[in-house]
Ligand binder design. Structure first.
Ligand code: PSV
Ligand code: MN
Length: 376
């Protein structure tokens, strides 16, 4: 691809930031206060707007209900608009109610299942009011001890609950089904992997797709292969970008294994034009000990850089080398792109659009960070 095309695609590339990445958060041991963290919904949306303005790489902000509950979702939509973003995926929360101790959409108790379904329907209503097109579902349901639940019946109950939810969605809405192999359940998880998520998606219909959270796989899983197959089947709906060393660590995107992230983007480019917003590219991170806005800027910039590098892969040469079983040449073609210094490309993209040359430095060295921190 010509460099001017890479710059053009990079200029149009956008990701979604999570409202919950700007607020106080932590581990199950403690949540530390970070100076400048958002204290309410309005500040979370403002922070998303700040990251959008500085990086030029943010389209929208994902919300989590009830964390982002408000009386007036039309006003929320307008608030987002004033901050240069839209409301993206709406995430139901099925993990924080006492009633859900033994599951939500799969609970053996029909009244609890009904409550969970009702919450999802409430989220669909919020989507209509905020003009969101994605219901992003992560299900904590599972069991902690062998024998605790009939696992296959729990899966069946999930299908039945989700059939109701899916049936209520508008024809331009997608259901994104996220999977995770453990936590909070430690023996079995109903939606434990991309296979179970895909089975559910296929059962529900065309607008049900899987969502890949990079922190939700067993160590060593070849995520780029999962991404490739799901894309090929037309069932990849989106991502939760983050990074991990051990498990679901919620670390800054690309901080541990940027090459893996690059390989994922290489697969994606075979199926999608990511400059055309064909997927829900959402960051899902909660930063425990970092400036929230700073960490989000780092994440967006990392995604921009990795996307630019992935566009530099000489795909024709790669296919040719593959057809000859030239293993070394194939690998070298990928490395050539991965090792390219894309800073000049980033600089040009920013210059063309009047963006700060270095968004992170700009945030910390201008009065912006101090103003936000002082006000809060
Ligand atoms: C679960 O670990 C998860 O990845 C889901 O996406 C949740 O909605 C989110 O984290 C909550 O932080
Ligand atoms: Mn997630």
């Amino acid at each position: 691809m010509k460099l001017s095309e890479v710059v053009d695609k990079l200029s149009k590339f956008r990701v979604e930031v999570p409202s919950w990445g700007f607020s106080r958060s932590g581990t199950r041991f403690h949540s530390f206060h970070i100076p400048g963290e958002a204290r309410n919904l309005e500040e979370r949306i403002e922070d998303a707007g700040t990251v959008a303005k500085l990086t030029g790489g943010v389209s929208s902000v994902a919300i989590h209900i009830p964390w982002d509950k408000t009386d007036d979702y039309i006003a929320l939509r307008h608030l987002a608009g004033r901050n240069g973003v839209t409301i993206g995926a709406v995430n139901p929360n099925l993990f924080q109610e006492e009633d859900y101790i033994f599951g939500s959409l799969t609970n053996p108790d029909a009244s609890v299942r009904e409550k969970a379904v009702k919450h999802c329907l409430e989220c669909i209503k919020i989507m209509q009011e905020t003009d969101s097109k994605a219901l992003s579902l992560w299900l904590p349901d599972g069991s902690n001890y062998p024998g605790q639940v009939n696992m296959t019946q729990a899966f069946d109950r999930l299908l039945k609950s989700l059939e109701i939810v899916y049936g209520e969605m508008d024809s331009d809405m997608e259901l994104l089904i996220e999977y995770k192999f453990f936590e909070p359940a430690f023996y079995h998880t109903v939606l434990s992997d991309w296979g179970t998520a895909l089975l559910v998606a296929e059962r529900l219909g065309e607008r049900a797709k899987i969502l890949v959270d990079l922190g939700h796989h067993a160590q060593g899983t070849n995520i780029e292969y999962v991404v490739g197959i799901a894309s090929m089947l037309g069932r990849l709906g989106g991502f939760h970008f983050n990074s991990r060393k051990y498990a679901d660590d919620d670390l800054t995107v690309g901080s541990i294994n940027p090459y893996e992230l690059f390989l994922i983007f290489v697969e994606l480019n075979s199926f999608f034009d990511l400059s055309g917003r064909q997927l829900a590219l959402v960051i899902d991170q909660s930063h425990n000990v970092k400036s929230k806005i700073g960490a989000m800027i780092q994440s967006v910039v990392m995604l921009q850089k990795i996307y630019a590098r992935s566009l530099l892969v000489d795909r024709e040469a790669l296919e040719h080398a593959r057809s000859k079983n030239d293993v070394i040449a194939s690998e070298e073609i990928l490395l050539e792109a991965f090792e390219t210094d894309v800073r000049p490309i980033m600089k040009e993209m920013r210059e063309n659009r009047g963006l700060p040359d270095n968004p992170l430095n700009h945030f910390f060295s201008s009065s912006l960070e101090k103003e936000i921190t002082d006000a809060r």
